[in-house]
Write a protein that binds this ligand. Structure first.
Ligand code: ZN
Length: 351
């Protein structure tokens, strides 16, 4: 990432470049942004500039070996820390950022303006809280105590230090206070008030400004997680649910309900309900012998015809009513687990 590629925050980029030019490189920096405004992009461009072997015109060259390694996020002296948890994408019992580094790279290369929910999705822990645990501190300390592979700076880009507990912070503190020579920590936070004071007070803070409407639109265009991905997720969930219902497997159906209840936001749960309602209407249209207006995509008619044959005549209308009730309840602080468990039960009984 070069400074020239950053969307918005030209002043911050300029300040970082002149900090690097002057040689007054803060060894601990805290970048505070509203989610998705480019702090990570700025941090990457800054480290790339510092380590570039042929910088010119206030920017990195983008072509030297160091820049090329940076652009793939595989520079051996640059480390990434972000909140993780156990999940299906790693077998590690005490996962650290390293356990998920390939997913981090894919995500950040495709779109360095990602938000925390994108990261959770990318590493497969949507329903859990990401944490920065003490194992992470140990791993960073051991990485930084090795000699730098290249000639430049060693850096730790630390995404969301507010997700670090006291024990982790205590472990890291000495390293942040007195880092080895030419080593820097860049913390990126969305909630500076939650960053432990011991860390906060040792950092030079930088405010990354909110994006303008135009800039935000440019960022949005980078987002690789388009509707297609959500469609696939919802379709898989809905077809698993329906297959379980028609197979009379209540346990499997309830498990699908739990997955929906664990979607990472109420908005997403509602979006799933809307999606499921649309799918059930398609089944209804086939039952009514009107497949031509059901709006079924070319790749999916078999599923809908199979379901139309297996569900009773009143299933669709009852299910749509029940789904609409759930949508109304989602915003009323009712436990989503109870709501979706009840919905699945009702669908199971009315098939
Ligand atoms: Zn370069």
């Amino acid at each position: 990432m070069r400074f020239a590629d950053i969307i918005g925050n030209a002043e911050v980029a300029k300040a970082l470049a002149s900090m690097a030019d002057s040689g007054r490189v803060a060894h601990a920096m805290l970048m505070y942004e509203n989610e998705g405004c480019g702090a990570l992009a700025l941090a990457l461009a800054y480290v790339q500039y510092l380590n570039c072997s042929n910088p010119h015109d206030g920017d990195s060259c983008g072509e030297c070996p160091s820049c090329r390694q940076m652009s793939k996020l595989i520079h051996p002296d640059v480390h990434y820390v972000f909140p993780v948890n156990k999940g299906p994408k790693t077998s590690d019992d005490k996962p650290t950022s390293e356990s998920y580094i390939q997913y981090w790279r894919e995500l950040a290369i495709a779109n360095p303006y990602f938000v925390e929910a994108d990261l959770q999705k990318a590493i497969g822990i949507e329903s859990k809280n990401g944490l920065i645990a003490v194992a992470e501190a140990k791993s960073i300390i051991s990485k930084l105590s090795l000699t730098a592979v290249a000639d430049g700076y060693k850096a730790v880009i630390f995404y969301l230090p507010e997700k670090m507990n006291q024990e982790t912070a205590n472990r890291l503190l000495k390293m942040v206070e007195e880092p080895p020579e030419k080593t820097l920590f860049i913390f990126i936070t969305h909630a500076p008030e939650k960053v432990l004071q011991t860390i906060f007070s040792r950092c030079q803070s930088i405010r990354v400004m909110p994006l303008t409407k135009d800039e935000a639109a440019q960022v949005k265009a980078l987002n690789p997680f388009d509707d297609r991905e959500e469609y696939n997720l919802f379709m898989d969930l809905f077809s698993d649910l329906m297959n379980a219902i028609v197979a009379r497997d209540l346990m499997a159906a309830l498990e699908c309900g739990e997955v929906v209840a664990a979607l990472d936001s109420r908005e997403k749960q509602k979006a799933f309900c809307t999606f499921a309602g649309e799918c059930i209407r398609k089944i209804f249209m086939i039952q009514q012998n009107m497949p031509q207006i059901a709006g079924i995509a070319e790749e999916e008619p078999e599923f809908y015809s199979a379901m139309a044959g297996k569900c009773g005549k009143t299933f669709c209308s009852k299910s749509i009513t029940n789904i609409e009730k759930v949508v109304a309840m989602i915003d009323r602080n009712v436990s989503s687990k109870i709501l979706f468990c009840d919905l699945v039960n009702r669908m199971f009984l009315s098939v």
